[in-house]
Design a protein around this ligand. Structure first.
Ligand code: ADP
Ligand code: ADP
Length: 232
């Protein structure tokens, strides 16, 4: 469960202060798919970066599974980060490594022995439907397949939460639907909480249980998708 309590983030820049996030109150329940939607510059990325400690709020509290994470440092913060997997718009894959090696990478970082991490990575490759492509390189994959690698890699450390940061924004509509179906399946299979950041309303409509709409750093509306997005 994620709780944001009156969270604000102000950046000091050469041109003065930028209030990227203002007084955000938000709760994401364990196991739900929660959407955060808003135009470019609304504050979505800053909000997400505060969830894994890449940014510290100027004020307010960020609480994940009853642990206040905005005050964590060093080893405690690194441990906390393992509980959050992130997938990105541009996949962020290692181009000189195979599918299997990309999925293994986070496990290599924590020092898991080769045989053990290979077994785990193979299992994850199968989970995302890439069991037959483990020896391929990213350049040999379609956009949808690349994102499947990204999803498998994000799941390597058995996170409680998966954050999708515009993960389908570079994909065509059909591939987007396939990736969203996979996220839906994983949400149910692994009982994973998923936070979807996007500027695309249809992504939220298709997948999310609840949504927060951000504008100029503020959450201007939040609630069940069916209530927030009234159909014409
Ligand atoms: P979104 O992800 O919704 O596009 P961002 O969180 O990236 O929005 O940005 C919100 C606002 O904060 C924008 O005005 C952006 O320029 C500003 N901003 C984000 N990060 C920084 C930073 N590190 N320094 C200064 N301003 C920033
Ligand atoms: P996104 O909207 O996906 O965050 P951006 O290109 O806006 O992509 O931001 C990329 C990175 O630059 C992020 O880490 C963001 O925090 C930072 N950033 C965004 N706007 C500014 C800014 N005005 N000054 C400094 N850093 C910024």
């Amino acid at each position: 469960m994620i709780e944001l309590k009156n969270v604000s983030k102000t950046f000091e820049t050469a041109n003065g202060k930028v209030e990227a996030v203002k007084n955000v109150e938000l709760t994401v329940d364990a196991g739900e798919i929660f959407g955060i939607v808003g135009f470019s510059g609304a504050g979505k990325s800053t909000l997400v970066r505060m969830l894994n400690g890449l940014e510290t709020p100027t004020s307010g509290e960020v609480i994940i599974n009853d642990v206040r994470i905005d005050t964590l440092k060093g080893k405690d913060l690194r441990e906390q980060r393992k509980k959050i997997g992130i997938i990105f718009q541009h996949f962020n894959l290692l181009w000189s490594r195979t599918v299997l090696e990309n999925i293994e990478f986070p496990l290599e970082l924590i020092g898991m022995p080769k045989a053990e991490r290979e077994t785990k990575a193979k299992h994850l490759a199968e989970l995302v439907g890439l069991g037959e492509r483990i020896n391929a390189y990213p350049s040999q994959l379609s956009g949808g397949q690349k994102q499947r690698v990204g999803i498998a890699r994000a799941l390597a450390n058995d996170p409680d939460i998966l954050i999708s940061d515009e993960a389908t924004s570079a994909l065509d509509p059909q591939t987007t639907d396939e990736v969203l179906d996979l996220l839906d399946e994983i949400n149910q299979k692994l009982d994973l909480t998923i936070v979807i950041i996007t500027h695309e309303m249809h992504v939220i409509r298709r997948l999310a249980d609840r949504v927060a709409v951000m504008e100029n750093g503020r959450v201007i509306e939040q609630g069940p998708v069916s209530e927030v997005f009234t159909h014409p």
